[in-house]
Write a protein that binds this ligand. Sequence first.
Ligand code: URA
Length: 184
Amino acid sequence: MTSSGYTLTDCRKCRLWTGRAKIVNGTGPRNARIVFVGEAPGRDEDLTGEPFVGRAGRILNEALEEAGVDRGAVYITNLVRCRPPENRRPRQDELSACAGHLRRELAPMDPVVICAMGQTVARSLFGITKKMADVTGKELPLEMGARRFRGMIAYHPAACLYRRTNMDSFKSTVRKSLGMAGMV
Ligand code: URA
């Protein structure tokens, strides 16, 4: 496992620390050309301390594999580093408390593309309130402070579990994002 170098070992800025087993930091090479951002750890991630290792992770792995890209070549992280109870969506104060961690994690990195997975991430990073169907697969500029990236919004992989059309869209958005990053 590699990481950007920003490894959080303790944080009690919001209520989520009380229920966590492990803090889930991002993984991947510091020089990754693309960063995939998910919402928050689930049960498997909370137990292992690694992002996207459960069911949603298998879908992400499959999309990367089908595009011919090794998971080890991309950076994967989350908006929130501790598992919300019952896998509920992170609340606004939890998102705000964790936002600085993502900013500091990305600070030493220079990715070309940031791919937001799911509506919560699209809202939080892009301020998007439109329906996911209207924004997935379309490139958008993403500004984070003074930094500017090529941005992309994909369905969350968990939203693909029971919807074939979401799965097709997710996989083609992942491939497109990798193409924008010059990886396929
Ligand atoms: N869902 C997410 O948004 N992130 C993970 O790490 C796992 C599942």
